[in-house]
Design a protein around this ligand. Structure first.
Ligand SMILES: NC(=O)c1ccc[n+]([C@@H]2O[C@H](COP(=O)([O-])OP(=O)(O)OC[C@H]3O[C@@H](n4cnc5c(N)ncnc54)[C@H](OP(=O)(O)O)[C@@H]3O)[C@@H](O)[C@H]2O)c1
Length: 245
């Protein structure tokens, strides 16, 4: 059995990946803030870490304590947010900082806490949940796109740093996945329209790919995989949030 740390494991893609890893026999630790979701996963036998990953000041110390007796062989850097979509000129500065901290900086700090141990042990696999938004232009999501593009660049270069130690790195380039990501940001109608026709990828589909990539022999590293709805257009539109005039 190996140990897996999944950030953003309380919901959507992360939860599906955590459940799949556990079902495959791994000991899993999930992070998140949602107390109810963490309690439910704890009842299923997972370790849980309640932490606001956007609180960068405390993060290293929290991780050092949590990982004292849990050295992950698998790290899934998955936690992320979307700020209310809209023209960059209208974006609140606080949302810029929150997006960069939650989608990018925390993933670097989490990786920095985990990767040296993998390098020393000569094995490990680090995943990043990136996005197609980091690889193709999107309207109304400029900062989200910037964070995901940066995450992708980091993943590809990190892979070269870690490959001599037989540590693999995989960027998950996800298209539209049906999850609570836009809950509380878009109206229920807008969300329903985004996922209409059962065309979106499901979180369990991403989890299945993660297991498949992990199952490859150690000498094979899938540097990135794109997982998209079969019927997703090249640049799917995310509607801007209506601003009160
Ligand atoms: N859904 C899509 O279409 C899509 C497409 C491409 C990429 N992605 C990426 O996939 C990843 C997972 O998103 P999802 O679609 O599964 O959405 P989700 O269901 O909303 O999951 C987001 C996860 O991130 C955690 N999280 C967010 N902010 C956090 C914070 N400040 N501190 C700690 N945990 C935090 C949440 O935990 P708590 O709520 O417990 O804090 C939750 O577990 C994200 O990185 C997202 O950008 C999604």
């Amino acid at each position: 059995m190996s140990r897996a740390l999944v950030t953003g494991g309380t919901s959507g893609i992360g939860r599906a990946v955590a459940l799949a890893l556990q079902a495959a026999g791994h000991e899993v630790m999930v992070t998140g803030r949602n107390a109810g979701a963490l309690a439910e996963l704890s009842a299923r036998g997972m370790r849980t870490l309640s932490v606001d990953l956007g609180d960068l000041g405390a993060l290293s110390a929290v991780l050092a304590t949590a990982l004292q007796d849990f050295a992950p062989d698998i790290l899934v850097n998955n936690a992320g947010i979307v700020a209310p979509p809209g023209n960059f000129c209208d974006m609140a500065e606080a949302d810029i900082h929150r997006s960069v901290a939650t989608n990018l900086t925390q993933a670097l700090i989490v990786t920095h806490a985990v990767a040296p141990g993998m390098r020393a042990r000569g094995r490990g696999h680090i995943f990043f949940t990136g996005s197609i938004a980091g690889h193709t232009p999107y309207p109304n999501m400029a900062v989200y796109a910037a964070t995901k593009a940066a995450l992708g660049g980091f993943a590809q270069s990190l892979r070269l740093d870690l490959s001599p130690a037989m540590v693999r790195v995989t960027e998950i380039v996800a298209g539209r996945v049906e999850s609570p990501l836009y809950k509380g940001i878009l109206s229920d109608e807008a969300r329903a329209a985004m996922y209409a026709g059962n065309t979106a990828v499901q979180p369990e589909d991403v989890a299945q790919m993660v297991l498949s990539v992990l199952a490859l022999p150690a000498h094979v590293d899938v540097a990135r995989f794109d997982i998209l709805p079969t019927r997703q257009p090249v640049t799917p539109q995310v509607p801007a949030v209506e601003k009160p005039q």
